[in-house]
Design a protein. Structure first.
Length: 509
C-alpha cells in the first residue's frame, strides 16, 4: 500500500525544477535582506536549516516580491526567513515548531497544534512541499501510526486549510490519502465537544486565546472560533469526499456544514451589537465584540446581510488602534483590564488574530457585495501590520503587543522571539496582490492595492498549479518594461493584462 502511494505521488507530482525560476525579478537582488537578518542576531537556537543555509534555502523555495514601500518588502523576506527557523527534522519527518524554545505543554518534538492552520496557509507557497507534507503526516500519524497525543490540544481548522493548500498545489493524491484521517478527526471533535443544541464548546485557552473578555480558561462557551472552524472543516471534507467519489458522505458533511452555518447565524449573531459573539454556557450572549467575531468570514460562512460588523475595523472606539487591530473592542469597560504579559486576549494586538481578520476581510471584499470596507482600508490595516512587526528598530515577530505604543509585551523573553503563530506572506499573495486560489483552471488576480498608492510592484516565482505565476503592476511601463498597467505571466508568457488595478482572469491551460 505504501509503495503504491509513493509511486502514485511520483507519477502525479508536477515536475517543478525546470520551471522553478522567476520570470522578471533577479533573485540575488534580495540576498542583502538575509545577510542583514543573519547579522542582527545571535543564533542561539538552530534547527534543520541554520542561518548559514538560510539564503540557499530561500532562493530555491520562496516567491519573490518587490515594491516601492521598503518596509513591506523587508517584512516579506523577514517572514520567510523566520518561518525557515521553525523547520525541524524529526525521526518521523519534517515539522514546524511554534516556539523555538521548549514548552512544557507541547507534544513530542515540541509540537503545538494551535497554529497548524496558519502554518499550512503560509507554507503552501513553498516550492518544496515536503516540509508541509511531512508536518501534517506527523500530526495525524506520527504517534506510531496514530495522531499525536495533543492533536486536539487546541481547536483547529486543519482540514479546511489542507483543502485550501490543495487549491494551490493540486496534489489530489496527498489529499485523498489524508481524507480518512481528517474524517476520523472530525468525528473525534464531535464526540468530545459537540453540545445537544448542535454547537461546539471550547474554553478560551484551548482556542489559544486565554483570558478573553467573553469567557475564561475553564468556561465551556459556544465561541465563533471553534464553531466556524468546524463549519469550514465539514465543508472541506464534503468536497474531498466528492473528489473521492463518496457521494453519500459528501452529502452528509455538506449537511453538517449547512447545520453549523444556520446555528452560527441564529445563535451567535447579536442583532443589537450587529456582531458574531460568544454564547455563554448559561445560554446568553456575552455582549462583547471581539475579533473572533470576524472569523466566520475566514470561511465565507455568513450569508449577505451581516456586513455591518465590519464597520468596527475603522472605528477607533472599535478595533482600530495605532498599531493594528485589537482583539476586543476598545470602548468596552473591561478592555485591557486583565493585567499584562500573561497571554491576555482582552484587547492587545495579536498577530494570530490579525491574520485571521485580514484573511476574512479579503474574503469579504472578493466574495460579497458590500460598501463597508474597501481596498484603502485593507491596505492601511496591512500597513499597520507591517509597522507593528518591528522591535527597537529591527524586524521582529512575537506574541502580542500594546495597541498604542507598539511595544512587544514579551519582547525581551526568549520564548517570544520568532513566534510562529500567524501569517503574513499569504496575506500579501492572496489579499494585497490578490492571487485567489481556485480549484479550476481559471487564474484569478484581484489586487487590493489602492489606485495611486504604488506605481509599481512585482510578485514573481509563485508556484501555483504546477506553473510559475508572475504578477506585475507598472503604471508607466518603465520599471519592468512589460507594458503599462497590470500584467500576468504564466511560465514567463503573458496571459492577461489591464490598464487598471482591477480583477483579471486567465486560463491556466
Amino acid at each position: 500500500m505504501i509503495t503504491r502511494i509513493i509511486i502514485a505521488l511520483l507519477i502525479s507530482a508536477p515536475v517543478f525544477a525546470q520551471r522553478s525560476k522567476p520570470a522578471v525579478l533577479k533573485t540575488d537582488n534580495f540576498r542583502h535582506y538575509v545577510e542583514y537578518f543573519n547579522n542582527m542576531e545571535d543564533e542561539n537556537i538552530a534547527q534543520a536549516i541554520p542561518n548559514a543555509k538560510a539564503w540557499d534555502w530561500m532562493k530555491t523555495n520562496i516567491p519573490l516580491f518587490e515594491c516601492p514601500q521598503q518596509n513591506f518588502e523587508e517584512m516579506w523576506y523577514y517572514r520567510w526567513w523566520t518561518l525557515r527557523k521553525h523547520i525541524q527534522q524529526t525521526p518521523v519527518g519534517y515539522t514546524f515548531t511554534e516556539f523555538l524554545v521548549k514548552r512544557n505543554y507541547a507534544d513530542k518534538y515540541n509540537l503545538i497544534a494551535c497554529a497548524i492552520g496558519h502554518h499550512t496557509y503560509e507554507s503552501r507557497w513553498l516550492h518544496d512541499q515536503r516540509y508541509l507534507d511531512d508536518y501534517l503526516h506527523v500530526w495525524y500519524r506520527g504517534n506510531n501510526g496514530k495522531p499525536m497525543a495533543k492533536l486536539h490540544g487546541f481547536s483547529s481548522w486543519t482540514p479546511y486549510a489542507l483543502y485550501n493548500r490543495y487549491m494551490v498545489n493540486k496534489d489530489s493524491v496527498y489529499l485523498m490519502d489524508m481524507l480518512p484521517d481528517l474524517e476520523a478527526d472530525y468525528a473525534a471533535w464531535e464526540q468530545d465537544r459537540r453540545l445537544p443544541n448542535g454547537l461546539f464548546w471550547q474554553t478560551d485557552v484551548k482556542d489559544g486565546m486565554e483570558e478573553s473578555l467573553s469567557g475564561g480558561r475553564r468556561e465551556r462557551n459556544m465561541r465563533p472560533t471553534i464553531n466556524s472552524y468546524m463549519y469550514g472543516n465539514a465543508l472541506a471534507i464534503s468536497k474531498m469526499q466528492k473528489m473521492a467519489g463518496n457521494e453519500e458522505k459528501a452529502r452528509l458533511f455538506q449537511l453538517k456544514a449547512d447545520t453549523m452555518k444556520q446555528l452560527i447565524q441564529k445563535e451567535l449573531w447579536n442583532a443589537a451589537d450587529t456582531f458574531f459573539e460568544t454564547k455563554k454556557q448559561t445560554g446568553e450572549l456575552a455582549n462583547v465584540r471581539e475579533a473572533i467575531g470576524y472569523i466566520p468570514w475566514y470561511f465565507n460562512l455568513p450569508d449577505a446581510g451581516y456586513e455591518a460588523a465590519w464597520k468596527k475595523v475603522t472605528d477607533e472606539k472599535g478595533f482600530l488602534a495605532p498599531f493594528g487591530l485589537t482583539t476586543a473592542e476598545r470602548s468596552h469597560p473591561d478592555f485591557r483590564t486583565h493585567g499584562c504579559c500573561k497571554c491576555e486576549w482582552d484587547g492587545a494586538v495579536w498577530p494570530f488574530a490579525t491574520s485571521q481578520t485580514m484573511t476574512a476581510m479579503a474574503n469579504l471584499m472578493n466574495h460579497y457585495q458590500q460598501n463597508v470596507v474597501n481596498d484603502s482600508v485593507y491596505f492601511r490595516l496591512m500597513e499597520l501590520y507591517v509597522e507593528s512587526q518591528y522591535y527597537r528598530g529591527r524586524p521582529y515577530i512575537g506574541e502580542y503587543l500594546d495597541e498604542k505604543t507598539g511595544y512587544w509585551l514579551k519582547g525581551d523573553q526568549e520564548r517570544s522571539r520568532y513566534y510562529n503563530h500567524s501569517t503574513f506572506n499569504d496575506l500579501v499573495i492572496t489579499g494585497l496582490i490578490g492571487l485567489r486560489p481556485r480549484v479550476d483552471d481559471t487564474l484569478e488576480i484581484n489586487p487590493l492595492v489602492p489606485a495611486g498608492k504604488w506605481d509599481w510592484f512585482c510578485l514573481d516565482n509563485v508556484l501555483y498549479h504546477g506553473k510559475i505565476i508572475t504578477i506585475i503592476w507598472d503604471k508607466e511601463g518603465k520599471k519592468y518594461k512589460k507594458g503599462k498597467g497590470l500584467t500576468i505571466l504564466v511560465n514567463g508568457k503573458k496571459v492577461a493584462r489591464s490598464e487598471q488595478l482591477q480583477r483579471v482572469t486567465a486560463t491556466l491551460k
